[in-house]
Design a protein around this ligand. Sequence first.
Ligand code: AR6
Length: 178
Amino acid sequence: MRLMFYREVNNTRIELVKGDITLQEDVEAIVNAANAELMPGGGVAGAIHRAAGPELADECRNLAPIAPGEAVITEGYKLPNSFVIHCLGPVYGVDKPEEELLANCYRRAIQLARENKIKSIAFPAISTGVFGYPKLEAAKVAFKAVLDELALSKEINLIRFVLFEERDLDIFQKVFED
Ligand code: AR6
């Protein structure tokens, strides 16, 4: 994992790193870019379920389906994290209004963290893979949603964006610096 950039906002450290969401050992909760059925699938969801083991899908079965913009929380099982917060992002061009639905994912995830006394969370770039959300637009929505939510309380210590590809890190960094 490579720390690229950080900033303090209202008592919270916001970090950008290049890395794998399943290898964030120092955060209490990681966020899954889930599907509606909360089943393994590809991308982030596949990686998280593989690392957590089959008990994660067992717990998820009782919580599915979820709608775009919604989030649910489970245990982390074999992951190094105590919790997984599963968010369903919008499919770009299909689930509308997509900005609002994507923002809801980030905000709801942070709210669930707060409700569960979680102080550190790592997010992937929700909806920017299979769901086709353009990265630059997604980065803008993600930061705004996180900043809006953090303005409401000081309880979260760390929010980390974990970008899988160098190019995505560059995009998120540019938006973050603006
Ligand atoms: N760690 C961090 N980021 C990752 C990782 C990883 N291990 N793997 C991929 N990414 P996606 P979505 C990046 O497709 O667009 C699944 O099949 C990836 O480069 O995982 O919300 C589910 O089952 C991309 O930028 O999520 C759903 O059906 C970003 O994470 C559907 O895909 C999100 O890619 C969800 O699609």
